[in-house]
Design a protein around this ligand. Sequence first.
Ligand code: ADP
Ligand code: MG
Length: 729
Amino acid sequence: MSNIRFKALELAISRSRRSVDTTSRKVSEYFGELTFNRSVMREFLPQLAYDQLLSTIGTGKKIDRQLADQVASALKEWAILKGASHYTHWFHPLTGATAEKHDSFLMPTAEGKAIENFSGNELIQQEPDASSFPSGGIRNTFEARGYTAWDPTSTAFIVDDTLCIPTIFVSYTGEALDYKTPMLKILHALDREATAVCNYFDPAITKVVATLGWEQEYFLVDTALFHARPDMALTGRTLFGHASAKDQQLSDHYFGTIPERVMDFMKEFEYEAHRLGIPVKTRHNEVAPSQFECAPVYEEANMAVDHNQLLMHILEKVAKRHNLTVLLHEKPYQGINGSGKHNNWSLLNNTGSNLLSPGKTPESNLQFLTFLVNIIKAVSKHADLLRSSIASASNDLRLGANEAPPAIISVFIGSQLTAVLDEIERAEGVHRKKTNLNDKVSLDIPKIPEILLDNTDRNRTSPFAFTGNKFEFRAVGSSESCAKPMIALNLIVAEQLKQFRMDVDALISKGILKEDAIYQVIRLYIKESRDIRFEGNSYSDEWTEEAAKRGLSNIGSTPEAMKVTILPESIRLFDEHSILTERELMARFDINLENYLKKVQIESRVIGDLSINHIIPTAIRYQNALIDNVKGLKEVLDVKTFVKLSNNQMQNIKEISEHISIIRTLVYEMVECRRLANKIENIEEKAVEYNKVVLPYFEKIRYHVDKLELLVDDELWPLPKYRELLFIR
Ligand code: ADP
Ligand code: MG
């Protein structure tokens, strides 16, 4: 049979199981064995150099030349022992992927031989030919060159035969061309602001880091089926496809038994992740068929972002060995759940205390409330910026769908904390009470239960939820780097903490006691940020109405979301904390919009191609078969029986003709709209045109194609169907 769908199905069904040769070793024996971690550093570096390196990492100071040479030499020695022959600066350009250019350690000698060489200079800085990476025009007007510079706060690692050194990527004039540069800057700014606030409570605190634990959702599909669908192969999602009779309605996949073939894949990618020091810990089935999730133990945010980037790469690589393809797209299939990447986020001080864990004493609880309320206030003030940080063509398809977090940003804190905040808000003034112990006067703040983790009634519909000792930003898309949302979140919190200190200090300077001042400001913030808090079902229509009444934004599309990033207030914010300049923001704005419209453009082309060259010819073939059938009936039947029996067939032929004709008309209209959109010079207007004019055709065309799928003979249908894609054999 020439039908590619059947060939792919045959392949998919006949896959033999791969026996997985992970290892018989315990995870404790191989965890991190491909990383230049602290214990390796201690082994390969002289003690003094090791101490210097750790202190530089801790303080963010510049690394001097001598130390760089020592580290480079240790790295080289270690990497060669591990079988590496090459090294690369590993960075995150604005494509959203990671980039690398491999250089060998090889250095020829005068004697015609060669040695392995790797100097401090090569470790610290490289100048990759960067002209093909998106720069949003930054490099066109200034310098063509860019350079990468070592980030010692992220661990170097080995993939295959290559030592990978995490780096930032900037233009020669110093503008950031990546996500890591602003990420490191905001972590630094946040440290400063959060430490200052901590010092109200404990002057000994010297450092605060952001922590991130991501949960990565993804789909798996057999590779043969994937390649039999041009839409999946080219866009990462299905642009057509009628719903399967059974998909997720029985809720029988979530947390169900993991299919054996998938399990083999998981064991193998976990093994690889562990060797690379990525602490993946959790695996389970997700809601939709063939949808899965993995999550690590949380880490310092910069490291966690790098690890997520690396993990996405490992997932794709290992899946191939099992003839599976990973779909990181946010919405691979219509009508069933999409994929997200929950960003669990918190703040940790240098004594190891989580600032979002309620404490045991009223004083420590005041600190907890300070951070909690400031974060809520930050989100209430800058919800749009948070929304814009997760905007992409693919996430647009997921946000607001009724199983995904809505595009309206709100904060959920749970009933216990709501009661506490309500009580503080109601309280007339500050209460103090004498503790019986030593007659010390202390603040009387509402009691906060030490354990807030109430797993049972946790609200799963909130885009930004407090979950016991951390916030969980759930609206992040599965395919995106965590860097964008992490930059936005940490930025708005840093800004808010700064504002908080100004407000508290203003009261203190009026002679108000510190604790009272803090309490008063918190109380004010609780009132001011009341509207962003929502405890109900965020998927409901009532919430959309209610949110509109409260004046909360509901930004539905990427072009709209991008506008927020270049508003004067956003520019001020990024500038004030020295994260990105106006120029850099404008560049990112352009890149994101360009990326958006190109994605829509590609999808539109694929829809046109599939419709005209695959779907319509197939439908016509089946229609001809029906017509032949009717003609045949006419020959063999008497007129009366023929009229009676052919009625249905005629109806079928008519229906198919109508769908064909509508599809053809809509495709031609869409192509014309695309042609007009392409003439628009202004990138913003062009993106809006693609969003408002071209995109709406997708649904309209799909409706008729999916109807044809139901009408046409299964044997003729060229594209693997949902029921075939969704269940791994
Ligand atoms: P779920 O949300 O699916 O119930 P968990 O709450 O157990 O899962 O944890 C999800 C993620 O949150 C994990 O990656 C975990 O490491 C992370 N996490 C837990 N505590 C923190 C924290 N203090 N900071 C950041 N992430 C955290
Ligand atoms: Mg979660």
